[in-house]
Design a protein around this ligand. Sequence first.
Ligand code: ATP
Ligand code: MG
Length: 415
Amino acid sequence: MKQSHLFTKTRKDAPKDEVSKNAQLLIRAGFIHKEMAGVYSFLPLGLRTLNKIIEVIRQEMNAIGSQEITLTALQDKKNWEKTGRWDDAVLDVWFKTKLKNETEVGLGSTHEEELTALMKDYIASYRDVPRYVYQFQTKFRNETRAKSGIMRCREFVMKDLYSFSADTAQHDAFYEKVKQAYIKIFERVGLGAVTYVTFASGGSFSKYSHEFQTITDAGEDLIYIDEKKKIAVNKEVLNDEVLKDLGVRREDLIEKKAVEVGNIFNLSTRFSDALELSYVDQKGVKQPVIMGSYGIGPGRVMGTIAETFADDKGLVWPESIAPFKVHLIGIFDKEGKVAAYAEQLYSDLTAKGIEVLYDDRDLRPGEKFADADLIGLPLRVVVSEKLMATDSVEVKARTNETADIKTRTEFLNYV
Ligand code: ATP
Ligand code: MG
């Protein structure tokens, strides 16, 4: 993409009411636009990164045999009444609205009710289970606190996967698969080293649920980490019995602020009972479906990555989810020789399948470099009259202080 075509511009300042580091940087770099507290639009650069995170998650979800769908945001009150969650006192994040004929509908904050009701049309016999279904869909939640930028939004995309199993053993085996898939996802997006499988409350269905918690000062949770074992315990379940259970010692645990980037949960028959989702087994006996739910917020993951890697100059993206790999910067001469050279390099790189943001704008080098640092692509590549003379380019990794000179051919082989 040519930067002159990008409608967004970098900004010196973020909105005055924006307190979070991730949103300040993402707004200044032109990745997102703030509509109101907890409500953000994704702009071209931001959408590329969000979609890359989504694609990593999608690949890992497909790899464990799940199928992608899209459910609706408008939800039927009847299903929620059946599970007892329509009441605002039970679910306090509701956004509700009305049809012209006064029928009440909800804006989905989660999709257990809708999907369980839907699956009744498709699950009837033992041949129909297990089933694993997921989506990337907008959730609406009237969150009280929305001060963490894109890490806590009132409208946000969630990947939610639901499993429908024949029995507990089948459920447990899939649950473990999802856990491993999540570990891979957080590794692939660059958060592996700072993300911990965290034991949290299992509610009334199982002893524990598992949260994926990433260490960051921007987090709203407190977790207790055993670094050697690479596991953590959420504050809510930290007690002697649990420590014994997990084989960890209190004195080995360190307290850290963290953000929940994902979680996996055994729902048992909580929803299948309420919505009467069952199947008939080989013996002709009606059996309840065992369910699980598994969430990840791609936007929260993106905000967490921004928080984790940014430095005083701006954003720093891991290559796997950077909007582009290379930021090509032309330092132009009057005759247009450098522009022609840069143009050629841009098409050579593009032909190799490398994603390039080409700064073809007529700006001072200092401004271009400052923008490159703020936007945070992995590799900055400069072409100038002087470098051109030796058919060379200057290459600098965003995470390095120093740059290398490489011949154009060397660079094309290396990148
Ligand atoms: P939290 O305790 O932080 O509110 P939650 O327990 O409500 O999270 P879930 O309902 O299980 O989270 O949602 C699944 C995933 O969706 C979370 O792990 C997180 O990554 C993401 N998520 C949840 N709430 C938000 C939000 N308000 N904005 C952005 N992402 C969110
Ligand atoms: Mg919540």
